[in-house]
Ligand binder design. Structure first.
Ligand code: CDM
Ligand code: ATP
Length: 315
């Protein structure tokens, strides 16, 4: 039986609006998610015994059953128990390049790759819709990570509507290695501070979230107007993360003053911050300028770009 090597790209949030409280404890969201060319590699090998094993080159990533990739494999083993028995175990190796706990969906994209990889390994022939439904049980960002590209995400982030893809928009991305922001903390703090302004009627929640379809940033994406997209970036979670993490606020302000930067925003629940930049050359210059201003090697800097795909087989 063959092995599969998969590319699992990170995502950034071009837009994240918190609409209100849901009865299941999650928040109703209106988001625009975008895949970027910063990716982990996931190798999936068949194993001789009925076990699931995860290996990872990153010390902060657990390899036990708390790893999201492990949980994806366990889900497939339970749902497709006959195939698990017939084909045997699964050995997963994660080559981590995506910064961990960064708001870039690192764990989610690993889980997405495992779902796609096991579907191939066991010849299950699942559709994207079926894989997304399985992915939604693992985490809100997992369904998007499967197909990737550019998409509106509503509900708790799992309801997707594809947008025209944005290729080759130049991005500079920064993250302090030692800084982690917990996603539950970010949402819970937002609820405590801004919960008073929430809409609580369920029908209304979905209507409000769907208003993003006719929003200005979507028009800018449809028109492929990078300058306008950069001006319309938005993330409600900045309201709680920036005041609590002065280093992130500083990064955000530093990016905003660099020549060639069209717009800047925190991604997801942070703490990574990205900037949309005019050209590949400008991106290298911005990266250099940020490094000059913050020589601390704890700050990781990446030049990347938007891409049009999610999980794919490595060339
Ligand atoms: C911040 C984002 O990454 C933006 O894309 C996502 O909203 C979070 O996606 P994720 O990490 O896949 O999130 P999940 O694993 O589903 O949820 C983690 C925690 O975030 C909070 N959460 C998440 C999604 C959502 N719509 N409302 C929430 O309140 C909940 O406290 C939940 O327990
Ligand atoms: N495969 C994995 N890759 C990275 N982290 C993982 C993985 N599985 C579990 N984790 C744990 O999940 C935590 C969050 O890491 P992750 O990189 O997924 O965050 P994130 O990018 O903020 O996710 P999101 O944007 O979906 O909220 C880490 O602290 C780590 O311990």
């Amino acid at each position: 039986m063959r092995s599969y090597s998969l590319i699992a790209p990170a995502k950034i949030n071009l837009y994240l609006e918190i609409i209100g409280d849901r009865s299941d404890g999650y928040h109703e969201l209106a988001m625009i998610l975008q895949s970027i060319d910063l990716a982990d590699q996931i190798d999936i090998h068949p194993a001789s015994t009925e076990t699931i094993r995860v290996h990872c080159n990153h010390p902060q990533v657990p390899t036990d059953n708390s790893n999201l990739a492990y949980r994806a494999a366990a889900l497939m083993a339970t749902k497709f128990a006959d195939a698990f028995r017939n084909f045997g175990g699964i050995d997963i190796t994660i080559k981590k390049r995506i910064p961990v706990a960064a708001g870039l969906a690192g764990g989610s994209t690993n889980a997405a790759a495992v779902l796609v990889g096991i579907d191939l390994l066991w010849n299950l022939g699942l559709t994207f819709a079926e894989l997304e439904e399985l992915g939604a049980t693992l985490g809100s960002d997992v369904p998007f990570c499967i197909s990737g590209g550019t998409a509106i995400a509503t509900g708790r982030g799992e309801q997707l509507s594809p947008l025209p893809s944005l290729d080759h928009i130049h991005i500079v991305l920064a993250k302090y290695r030692s800084l982690e922001v917990s996603t539950p903390w970010a949402y819970n703090t937002y609820r405590q501070e801004f919960g008073g302004t929430y809409i609580r009627d369920t029908a209304n929640l979905a209507d409000r979230a769907n208003a993003v379809h006719s929003g200005e940033i979507v028009k800018a994406i449809v028109n492929k107007n990078t300058v306008e997209i950069a001006q319309k970036l938005h993330n409600d979670l900045e309201k709680v993360v920036l005041p609590a993490y002065p280093q992130v606020l500083h990064l955000r302000e530093l990016f905003a003053t660099q020549p060639g930067v069209l717009g800047t925003m925190m991604s997801g629940s942070g703490p990574s911050v990205f900037a949309i930049v005019e050209s590949a050359e400008q991106a290298e210059i911005v990266k250099l300028k940020i490094r000059e201003a913050i020589p601390d090697q704890d700050l990781e800097l990446f030049v990347t770009r938007t891409i049009t795909h999610g999980i794919k087989i490595a060339p």
